[in-house]
Design a protein around this ligand. Structure first.
Ligand SMILES: Cc1cc2nc3c(=O)[nH]c(=O)nc-3n(C[C@H](O)[C@H](O)[C@H](O)COP(=O)(O)O)c2cc1C
Length: 224
């Protein structure tokens, strides 16, 4: 019988993280005053380099039981100047309820091909209803159907229940193309801390942290 534990251990040691050529060290002294601009530079670079799903991040929240929780979401917009990172979600989902109870959140981006990580910590705020309704109407038909189906993270009795709900939602949207799911939200994480991490094959990683200080930002290097 294969010993899965030792097989896996062997594979993990044979495949160390970031064992490939990565971008050269970045000039931590020649960076913008705020983190939004630097993040935009890095994300645009990742998207243009073809990093798959470069706009996705792990969203960490505090569970209603006080324990940490996390899941992947997609970044939809960025306001570099105030430092707002926007994602969309249903207010009735576990994460939506968690954020209503405690708006503190973190977004962690990782671009493996570039060995880059960005950590954003802050507090979420929801966009005004009219703006969200307009954004909802711009979604692809499939995304609107998925949002109307709703019930995210509730137990599903079987795939046929989902198929039926999907068909019903499709029909409803076809009859009412202007329909907006009232619980659909645009959440913006207003950053208080943003850290840029550039990995290096030789483990001489670089870390640059921005922290809000009054109207501006304070920058400092961190030991890797
Ligand atoms: C690549 C990827 C992108 C995703 N994007 C979103 C998103 O933008 N919004 C969202 O609510 N869920 C998104 N999800 C699904 C979430 O990870 C999660 O399964 C779902 O939102 C339920 O989370 P919750 O139970 O913590 O509320 C995405 C998942 C993946 C893998």
């Amino acid at each position: 019988m294969t010993d899965r534990r030792s097989e896996l251990r062997e594979l993990l040691y044979a495949h160390p993280a970031m064992a490939r050529e990565l971008p050269p060290a970045f000039d931590t002294a020649a960076v913008p005053d705020g983190p939004g601009e630097l993040f935009a530079d890095w994300l645009i670079g990742a998207l243009r380099d073809g990093v798959p799903d470069a706009q996705t991040a792990v969203l960490a929240t505090t569970g209603l039981d006080g324990a940490p929780d996390g899941r992947v979401v997609a970044l939809r917009e960025l306001d570099p100047e105030p430092g707002l990172w926007w994602f969309h979600a249903d207010a009735r989902s576990p994460k939506g309820r968690q954020l209503a109870a405690d708006p503190r959140a973190a977004l962690t981006f990782y671009w493996p091909a570039l060995g880059r990580q960005v950590r954003v910590r802050g507090t979420v705020e929801a966009a005004p209803v009219e703006r969200t309704a307009a954004a909802f109407r711009e979604l692809s038909p499939k995304s609107r159907t998925a949002a109307l189906v709703g019930r995210q993270s509730e137990p599903l009795a079987g795939p046929e229940r989902f198929d039926r709900a999907w068909r019903e939602a499709d029909r409803e949207l076809a009859g009412q193309p202007e329909l907006v799911v009232a619980e659909y939200r645009q959440y913006g994480v207003r950053a208080v801390e943003v850290e840029f991490w550039q990995g290096s094959f030789d483990r001489r990683h670089q870390r640059l942290a921005y922290r809000r200080a009054g109207e501006g930002w304070r920058r400092e290097l961190l030991w890797p």
